[in-house]
Design a protein. Structure first.
Length: 445
């Protein structure tokens, strides 16, 4: 997947309300971590509900390349026979992570404190994303990295031969940075401590604890300190992957803006470090009911019932950004249909995602007749009170969330819209088109 495949132009148009039940695929974040932690454990980890997106499948291939036995039993059921902490073997070929930013960064962390070398690459989008925010702290463990300027892929990581624990203050509220350091700390002597300025998604901490690691999170003056004791023996687990709130965001938001819609989404993960979008939508006036709240596999989940709503623009608190960082593109679409301005600040992390998502959403919304303002870490969308013109073509920049966001916009705009390339959608939500079509959407391509 290192080269980009033939573009897949797609289009969407308004044809009526969305109705029915949306069965969302497994959570991508949990899926990546299940495979990696299963590979670092002793015994057989059984995983059900794994997301079958290309990003996750690339991580599964990578774990096999590092010596774990990964078996696909069909329908999202996988098993991983792990090699234990420090047991990775050196891969014989380049590790191609496709479009998976989470995958490549977490895998780099997991192998960086073992005395092996690995070379990583990816598709055009992944090769344009900076890796130095990961490689810099990993070098504190004793690892070395050799790649293009700013750590762009292709990149070779030379693992530390005698890794010692570190204390690191993260300059960014990033779960990828945090997770890479914690995974590196597993095979480092002593206690590794990561301090993050704001709480980010905590799947890694929850899952490390479930696999048997000694890990603790404490709130401190400067944020949150996560401390991990190195060299544990992780024990294989049975994991049921909850359904992805970031994927659920698209049918949820589409139903809110398409008049007359009512949909039901069972078993959605509501981890508080991931549920910021739903909080924001409710504040905007969204009719969302959270039913049957419960815990499954250590994660809070609920069933969501969503009805079309008249929405008002709000100012989203900047400190909420880490809990909804992937959902700002689709929130921008909802904001375009709301009454009044929606102000989103503290979102500069969006500029180093699959593409510069602030710029991509701003330019795309302008093409659809929506007025926006943008800065280095903010985006302001002037709502059209339900009357978005549409009619344009959005450039997706190989970004799955940009593509899906604009396809949702076209379901409620006056004129049909196009996206230049929907190929990347398969990386995270391969059944997006069929799921939306089953609800009554008109999406072609």
């Amino acid at each position: 997947m290192a080269g980009h495949l033939t573009p897949i132009p797609m289009a969407s148009q308004s044809v009526g309300p969305l109705k029915g039940t949306a069965i969302i695929p497994g959570d991508k974040s949990v899926s990546h971590r299940s495979l990696i932690l299963g590979a670092l454990s002793v015994g057989e980890t059984k995983i059900s509900g794994l997301l079958l997106g290309q990003d996750v499948l690339d991580t599964a291939k990578a774990m096999s390349a590092f010596g774990a036995k990964v078996t696909d039993h069909g329908e999202g059921n996988f098993s991983v026979n792990g090699v234990g902490v420090g047991g990775f073997s050196e891969p014989v070929d380049v590790i191609d992570c496709g479009n998976a930013g989470t995958g490549v960064r977490l895998i780099m962390g997991a192998m960086s404190t073992s005395p092996i070398n690995a070379t990583f690459t990816g598709d055009a989008s992944l090769r344009s994303r900076p890796m130095d925010r990961i490689t810099d702290p990993l070098e504190l463990f004793g690892a070395k990295s050799y790649g293009r300027t700013n750590g762009f892929l292709p990149l070779t990581m030379v693992g530390a031969r005698d890794a010692h624990a570190i204390r690191y203050i993260s300059p960014h509220p990033s779960a990828q940075i945090k997770s890479a350091i914690l995974l590196a700390g597993l095979n480092a002597l002593g206690e590794t401590t990561l301090i993050e300025p704001e709480k980010t998604r905590d799947h890694t901490e929850r899952m490390l604890s479930g696999f048997g690691a000694d890990i603790e999170t404490v709130e401190i003056k400067d944020g949150f300190a996560i401390t991990l004791q190195g060299r544990p023996e992780l024990t294989a687990q049975d994991i049921v992957v909850p359904r992805d709130p970031s994927s659920a965001a698209f049918p949820v938001c589409a139903a809110l803006i398409v008049e007359g819609s009512e949909i039901f989404l069972p078993n959605i993960c509501l981890n508080p470090t991931r549920s910021g979008l739903f909080t924001t939508l409710v504040e905007m006036g969204a009719d969302i009911e959270f039913e049957n709240n419960r815990l499954e596999g250590g994660e809070p989940v609920a069933d969501l019932r969503v009805k079309s709503s008249c929405l008002n623009g709000i100012e989203v608190p900047p400190n909420r950004a880490p809990s909804m960082i992937d959902e700002y593109p689709i929130l921008s679409v909802v904001a375009a249909f709301a009454k009044g301005k929606t102000i989103m600040r503290g979102i500069k992390e969006l500029r180093v995602k699959e593409c510069d998502r602030i710029d991509a959403m701003a330019r795309g919304l302008e093409t659809m007749g929506v007025t926006v303002e943008e800065g280095e870490d903010y985006l302001i969308v002037h709502g059209q009170n339900g009357e978005v013109e549409g009619g344009g073509t959005a450039e997706t920049h190989l970004d799955h969330r940009i593509a899906m966001s604009f396809l949702c916009l076209g379901l409620a705009s006056k004129k049909s819209i196009k996206v230049d390339d929907g190929h990347a959608i398969a990386t995270s939500f391969p059944i997006f088109k069929s799921l939306m079509t089953d609800l009554g959407a008109s999406i072609t391509g």
